[in-house]
Write a protein that binds this ligand. Sequence first.
Ligand code: GLN
Length: 538
Amino acid sequence: MARYIFVTGGVVSSLGKGLSSASLAYLLQSRGFKVRLRKLDPYLNVDPGTMSPFQHGEVFVTDDGAETDLDLGHYERFSGISAKKSDNVTTGKIYSDILKKEREGLYLGKTVQVIPHVTNQIKDFIKKDITNEDFVICEIGGTVGDIESLPFLEAIRQFSIDIGIKNALFIHLTLVPYMKASDEIKTKPTQHSVKELRALGIQPNIIICRCEQPIPSEHRKKISLFCNVAIDNVIETIDVKTIYEAPISFSNEKLDQQVLNHFKIKSKKKPNLIPWKKITRTVLGSKQSVNIAIIGKYVNLKDAYKSLDEALTHGGIKNNLKIKIIRIESDNLKASEIKKKLLGVHGVLIPGGFGRRGTEGKIAAIRYARVNKIPFLGICFGMQMAVIEFARNILKIKNASSSEISKNGVPVVGLINEWEKDGRVHKGTDKNLGGTMRLGLYPAKLKENSLIKKIYNSKIIHERHRHRYEVNINFLEKFEEKKMIFSGVSPDNKLPEAVEYKNHPWFIGVQFHPEFKSRPLAPHPLFSSFIAAAKKYK
Ligand code: GLN
């Protein structure tokens, strides 16, 4: 039977619950256990798909087409396990399912209430789709004390009783601030946060203390005493220089060992930390670097392109290089300033995006990269913009555009009318925005003699998608005449999946998101090749 580990956070948000959960998953997995990671988000959106990256950071897409919290990206990158639709839920989704059932009369005349109906729905989610896992790690989003997380905390409290308290473990992650002026570490916020949790009936078994300084033993004792947690279960996590150090640091603090002790499980196998040590050395120690420009609308928010930043770093690891990311805001980016902005840049990347704002700046930058033979990678919207640039400047279709950004232009990129998946035809729409894109894993055929086929070393690839618009396949001949090759297409030849420009050393656009599948221990070939090209360009 699976054991459940619940991870909550206290004092402040953004303490790194996701990274802690993902590191713990790696450590347990590396000891030979089967682990599953899940995230329960208390907000009211049904999923983060319709939220702006400014609000929520990147939307992470799973193989099976769920638009999820970016923490699932951490989970995948650290544990190597592909997340599923059933690994992320929100209050919005819980309520929408309950209200649907209520309308269908499935509650048989009962008054529908937070307890037991909402809590039951949460509990059903927690145990859904679990087969032979040894551990299920469930992270509760938000911070203890938030009104909206109450039903989730109540549900996990009940759940631990339902499965038998010895099969559940509560980890609470808190901040232990260091006060510079008095040169002191403060445990009071942690005490208050745990008090709050205990008032809800949850006694944490392990407390992970995020701090800038090592926590002296007298402070650990204090936390242990006031929070009613064994001293060995007060675990510190000091800010690491790179996130790849996190599994090493948690292992040094014996987090995985304490988890096993709690469940009275013996494991002789020690976690393998060698790959993380190697990566940490490369990331911190490489002498050489390349500068990669990311040009997009959300560059001011660090988390908006999380998987992309990670995938570039992985490409750097593969090439033994440090990656310096130069973030360029595409709004108000004038063609005249591009040369200056791209000075010293060794690769240009246009990421996914939505809407008209900032598109002209992106198109101008693509032109500059194409003409000056700077390695270029366009992802999703980035590929669509590359195609529009080429249509305007090489094919001389002056008002070439996408129907997403202009109703009057020539729609070289247009709304996908329909696509096929698992024997069913899906229809594109731009009316109802939630969950209606072409989402998740789709196959693509790669052309013989194309650069992309060489990079993947495969005729067929499977990559994750998240888009509503598509390059119009009817333009294929016109583009290919001028050496912009549609080097990847859907198996039915209807949807262009990748383009590349033959008169350029490295110019590739892809309709999918390769960044979601890149992992530090298995860098994605497209990013490795892009970074290698940037190194060569340098
Ligand atoms: N907005 C574009 C579309 O819907 C691109 C989406 C993206 O870049 N993820 O097709």
